[in-house]
Design a protein around this ligand. Sequence first.
Ligand code: ADE
Length: 283
Amino acid sequence: MAQPLLRIDVLTLFPALFDGFLSESILKRAIENGLVDVRLWNLRDWAEGKHRQVDDRPFGGGPGMVLMAPPVVASVEAVQALAEPKGRLIALTPGGRPLDQGWVRTLATEPRLILLCGRYEGFDERIFEVLEPELLSVGDYVLSGGEVAAMVVIDATMRLIPGVLGDAESAQDESFGLEGGLEYPHYTRPRLFRDREVPSVLLGGDHGEIRLWRRSQSRERTANRRRDLVDSMSPLVPPKSKSKSKSSSQKTPPILPTTASPEPLILDDPAPDDRTGRLERND
Ligand code: ADE
């Protein structure tokens, strides 16, 4: 089989946690098709002594146990040396940089990632000093270990690998896609459900109108739920280009109400009118 597009080595004390995750759905298919190769390594295999100890009490006192530097550093160095390239080393820790879709996009271009999962109270600091990993957090909360965070990284990354998703569009059009911001709402059959109709614009077959409606919904939703993302969205109206080559018959996108308004956040609870999908157009 040809070389996988992405190899991921995971170092963990609990490799079995990944069993179900790797053997279902999209990831299973990606692995079967040779697009992604995930290898699991048990940190304990590098532990010394009769008890193969991997953790110990913190110097200075305090609760919990700390992952010891010798087995962790030995395991990472051994796994890095198993294949070329050495790979991008990432330690999962709540103290890391929060993961976002931009970072995921760069990870998906890498040939190899090495994910180091912590447990207990965390890593002996010298692990970071010696190995110099990138530190990645999946959010401002504390998990029991890095394994679920590693699954987040694997899942988000592998679906951007070319060929993994059936429909190439689906990774582009979604939340945090190329336009930034949250995704527009979706509807499928039935057309009427508990007195709620599918917005008429989606039934009309005018793909220009549909695109416009979706972009405006995406903006509105982002402003309501995630105002922090609004500034990163691409503008609805592209900046005026210097050349005036556009003929008057070409449709200019309408200017839609800006969403970066200073009002307080309101969680979106669409009024019936919003669901018609009608746009207030200023053109
Ligand atoms: N390990 C424990 N909590 C974590 C988090 N929020 N992100 C990454 N790794 C973690």
